[in-house]
Design a protein around this ligand. Structure first.
Ligand code: 13P
Ligand code: 13P
Ligand code: MG
Ligand code: MG
Ligand code: MG
Length: 365
């Protein structure tokens, strides 16, 4: 029997500003998902938040892209938007870009990462959830986890990992996808996924076709055609056995890589791995955060969560984040703290520029 793990998320109102999640929204979402579990729509669920993003973690037997599950998530976000409006939270309904549900939340604003698989004898899963960053934030860690032997010892010394993996890469501007096989096509893979604004690792598979990881690749600005906050993506990774160990999966986050999405979605900043209690980005609305919740699945039930980054071994990563953050912040409105112009097109800057349109004079020669 196959089980489906669906992580569907949206920002439906921030407390305070874009900082954190109000407890009433968690309660409202939990009430709805509890009903759905009683009615048999879900096997299990866990509701959490990273910054101002509401994260619905759900297990069920209906497969990916299921209408009932997506509709449930949409209804939860709508109900929580009503609570957010009542409390006048900031940006109530921010990520709900459409008003009529049409069978699937893809393309409507929420981020989605889903995978269907046969649950193993033991099924350890980790779920990464980020705030103040964009969907491309997973490219570098997913590269390290499944393709870098300096990160993942198992690629070298474990017979179950030695064959390598396959990466499914989406070109979110060209609306096309491609598969790369590693280690054979490492350099081809990197040509594309190094460009994190356009080419996104959607999924990783073992060479015999088992799903290993899946990420949300929704880019809000491309859907909305204008600035509506950052994507704040999620990523699910299966661990152990024929997949990397939990420790190999979280190891990339000991190096705080620089991602886009800080302050007004318009700045680069280091991604800080934090426990749940610290997933409340406040300094300059950041720096960008990532949390990691681990679960053991037991017949679809979510045994957990284990708050993976609640570990002093990530203290140095957090400290380095603050050092990098200080240095980048001193650049103020200058690149490379501010995003380059082609990415700023998806912010509110074009409106400011339009005002000065008539003042430009041609150069003499
Ligand atoms: P334990 O002996 O703690 O199970 O460790 C197994 C291991 O090798 C983890 O990397
Ligand atoms: P969110 O996408 O988390 O709402 O971030 C908006 C923002 O840019 C805050 O500065
Ligand atoms: Mg917000
Ligand atoms: Mg957010
Ligand atoms: Mg957002």
């Amino acid at each position: 029997d196959k089980i489906t793990l669906s992580v569907i998320k949206a920002d439906v109102g921030g407390y305070v500003g874009h900082c954190a999640m109000h407890g009433e929204l968690i309660l409202e979402a939990s009430r709805h998902l509890d009903d759905a579990r009683s009615q048999g729509v879900l096997v299990d669920y866990h509701v959490t938040a990273c910054g101002d993003d509401l994260e619905l973690i759900m297990t069920h037997s209906h497969g990916v892209d299921n209408r009932d599950v997506h509709h449930l998530a949409w209804e939860v976000f709508e109900a929580c938007t009503e609570v957010a409006k009542k409390l006048k939270l900031y940006g109530a309904g921010q990520d709900l870009l459409s008003h009529a549900f049409s069978g699937n939340v893809r393309g409507m604003g929420p981020g989605v990462a889903e995978m269907e698989f046969v649950e193993r004898e033991s099924e350890p899963i980790v779920i990464f959830m980020a705030d103040k960053t964009s969907a491309g934030a997973w490219n570098l860690p997913l590269y390290k986890i499944f393709a870098d032997p300096f990160n993942t010892a198992g690629l070298v010394i474990a017979p179950t990992l030695h064959a390598g993996f396959r990466y499914e890469v989406h070109d979110v501007k060209g609306h096309q996808k491609i598969l790369f096989s590693t280690p054979e096509e490492l350099y081809d893979l990197l040509v594309f996924i190094g460009a994190t604004g356009r080419y996104l690792v959607k999924a990783v598979y073992t060479k015999d076709g088992e799903i290993a990881a899946v990420s949300s690749t929704e880019r809000l600005a491309l859907i909305a055609g204008k600035y509506v906050g950052k994507d704040d993506p999620v990523c699910v990774v299966r661990c152990q056995g024929k997949f990397p160990a939990v420790g190999e999966v979280v190891e990339p986050f000991s190096m705080p890589h620089i991602v886009e999405g800080w302050m007004r979605g318009s700045h680069y900043g280091p991604l800080m791995p934090v426990p749940l209690s610290q997933a409340r980005p406040t300094r300059f609305d950041g720096p960008p955060r990532v949390i990691c919740l681990g679960f053991q699945l037991a017949n679809g039930h979510l045994v957990g969560p284990c708050d993976i980054f609640d570990d002093p071994s990530f203290n140095e990563a957090r400290r380095l984040c603050n050092v990098i953050a200080d240095h980048l912040r001193r650049h103020g409105p200058f690149e490379p703290h501010r995003l380059p112009m082609d990415e700023m097109e998806y912010t509110t800057l074009p409106q400011v520029m339009a005002k000065l349109q008539d003042r430009w004079q041609p150069l003499e020669n």
